[in-house]
Design a protein around this ligand. Structure first.
Ligand code: GLA
Length: 396
């Protein structure tokens, strides 16, 4: 018996040592900026420093954005020792300098690599250099790693990503680990113990169809998300010009309802007032960053018209009415019913107490930034094409 206990202890200790991601990171969905959506391979030290400045000075940092992430194309080759070589023309002072600069703004620094031989843009990938790269990243002061899945041939996804997780862990610097294998190997089923976020689909592009098509694929993933492990429907396109202001509001609202990482992908140095008012809508961001860490669920699905509910801490909830169609819709919304609606999981906010009713809440319109004056508990609401309404049920 004693032997048996000893064996169990040794076994669990060794699991603990060899298979770990950093805990206590990404307790709420990560917020930041990434270079890819707007700049693709056109990255440089000047650009990244400019984005860090803009994040700190535009109000983005105050709104919660934190990580400044360089995507593909910063790396150019490997040297004779296998060390990754930074493109010296574009990053003349190297990555440690850049990380220090980003840190000096009170922000965090992120970088990109790939589990395959080469990155998606054909730069050197991480395969066979995982432990070496992890040490390099730790030395530079990297806080966030996005790890892609191009040129992986017959590699197995879970073990490839777990290998990089272990490499990061053994290098000792806490790094948020972002898996980017586009949902190809159902990462929601296994990545919770490997990384802090995982892409669920292919790449977003800056159009309504792309955005809503990705959104439509998120419905079944809610139960896999929680503090420290998030579904990632890809980065934001808000402010990049391919959608209307109303469509960008919808995009941002839906990502907040999904508890998705909020990684801006626009030029932070030249934001219109509309773009700023979307990306820095603190009331909507609070829905995304809620400490309960629950992903929203689809409560009513009438095809083009849907109601989504996201359970929040303190028995509160956010409700999003979505009109995906090209026509205006007028819908009758029963707020009394919504007040009592569950949020997709047991204890949908009413653990231990009597279920709450409309009497217990005040209703806040999170885009109008004002409380809703309800004369009746049901209300006809106009929804223009491709728009949302987002309400928060706030406990009185
Ligand atoms: C893949 C990823 C994108 C981006 C590019 C870079 O397509 O999914 O998000 O990182 O690679 O090459």
């Amino acid at each position: 018996m004693k032997k048996m206990i000893l064996l169990v202890v040794i076994a669990s200790l060794s699991i603990g040592i060899s298979a770990q991601k950093f805990d206590n990171l990404a307790k709420t969905p990560p917020m930041g900026w990434n270079s890819w959506n707007k700049f693709q391979c056109n990255v440089s030290e000047t650009l990244i420093m400019g984005m860090a400045d803009a994040m700190a000075n535009s109000g983005m940092k105050d709104a919660g954005y934190e990580y400044v992430v360089i995507d593909d194309c910063w790396q150019i080759s490997r040297d004779e020792n296998g060390e990754i070589v930074v493109d010296n023309d574009r990053f003349p002072h190297g990555m440690k300098f850049l990380a220090d600069y980003v840190h000096s703004k009170g922000l965090k620094f992120g970088i990109y690599s790939c589990a395959g031989k080469k990155t998606c843009a054909g730069r050197p990938g991480g395969l066979g250099h995982e432990y070496q790269d992890a040490i390099t990243y730790a030395r530079w002061g990297v806080d966030y790693l996005k790890y892609d899945w191009c040129n992986t041939s017959t590699q197995e996804a879970k073990s490839s990503y777990a290998n990089m997780r272990d490499a990061l862990f053994s290098a000792g610097r806490p790094i948020v680990f972002s898996l980017c294998e586009w949902g190809s190997n159902k990462p929601w089923e296994w990545a919770g113990e490997v990384g802090h976020l995982w892409r669920t689909t292919g790449d977003i592009s800056d159009s309504w169809n792309s955005m809503i098509n990705i959104f439509n694929q998120q419905k079944d993933f809610a139960r896999y998300a929680g503090p420290g492990h998030w579904n990632d429907p890809d980065m934001l396109e808000v402010g990049n010009g391919g959608m209307s202001v109303e469509e960008y509001k919808t995009h941002f609202s839906l990502w907040c309802m999904l508890a998705a990482p909020l990684i801006a992908g626009n030029d932070l140095a030249s934001m219109t007032p509309e773009t700023k008012s979307i990306l820095m809508n603190k009331e909507i961001i609070a829905v995304n960053q809620d400490t309960l860490g629950r992903q929203g669920v689809c409560y009513r699905d009438n095809g083009d018209y849907q109601i989504w509910i996201k359970g929040l801490a303190n028995q509160e909830k956010a409700v999003c009415l979505l009109n995906k169609s090209d026509e205006k819709k007028t819908v009758l919304v029963d707020f009394a019913l919504l007040a009592q609606a569950g949020t997709g999981r047991r204890s949908g906010g009413s653990r231990g107490g009597a279920p709450l009713t409309i009497e217990n809440y005040r209703l806040r319109d999170l885009w109008e930034h004002k409380d809703l004056a309800l004369k009746e508990t049901s209300l006809y609401i106009d929804l223009l094409p491709h728009t949302v309404k987002v309400y928060r049920f706030i406990k009185k």
